[in-house]
Write a protein that binds this ligand. Sequence first.
Ligand SMILES: [Zn+2]
Length: 206
Amino acid sequence: MASDSPARPSGKRQDTLDWAECFMAMAFLAAKRSKDPSTQVGACIVNEDNRIVGIGYNGFPKGCSDDEFPWSKTSDNPLETKYLYVCHAEVNAILNKNSTDVRNCTMYVALFPCNECAKIIIQSAIREVVYMSDKHAHKEHTIAAKRMFDAAGVRYTQYKPPHKQIVIDFTEIDWDSLNQVPATPKKDDTVTDEVDMRKLSLKERL
Ligand SMILES: [Zn+2]
């Protein structure tokens, strides 16, 4: 079988993250900011051009100190549990948006949204939710969320990551040993010979 456009290897990397994997990883990375000792959830909202327009994680509202408000799940006094105060990742991601709105966007989120978040997702016109875990599928708040998503036409799909892990290693790139041309002059250094030469040739041309 003849091919009219033979493959021309460009030498590009093949093992890159695809978009969905990248956005879900962003949600997981945001979750690492959460102070909640039991559940850390992150959410990442992406528009139709694959641009990130909002990221959030579960936490208390601004001004409500993580050191003063309770993170406990149980207490004789409901006022001393987290539930009355915590703002879920989905809501924070929507509120943190850097675009006019999140209409027709997709939300990547670690855990299936609860009914309260589902209401806000629907009202903000997000049209798709991609989630990893559905561990509360049997609970009323998830059943109600799905009922509302179904009625409102919000798609939801469980994400199966192609890799089990994405490792971020800050030492992977040894910036100090990378050669730069021209070398970046250090603040307290005199200008390098190389830069001098460039200046000189520029003057000559003028
Ligand atoms: Zn929620």
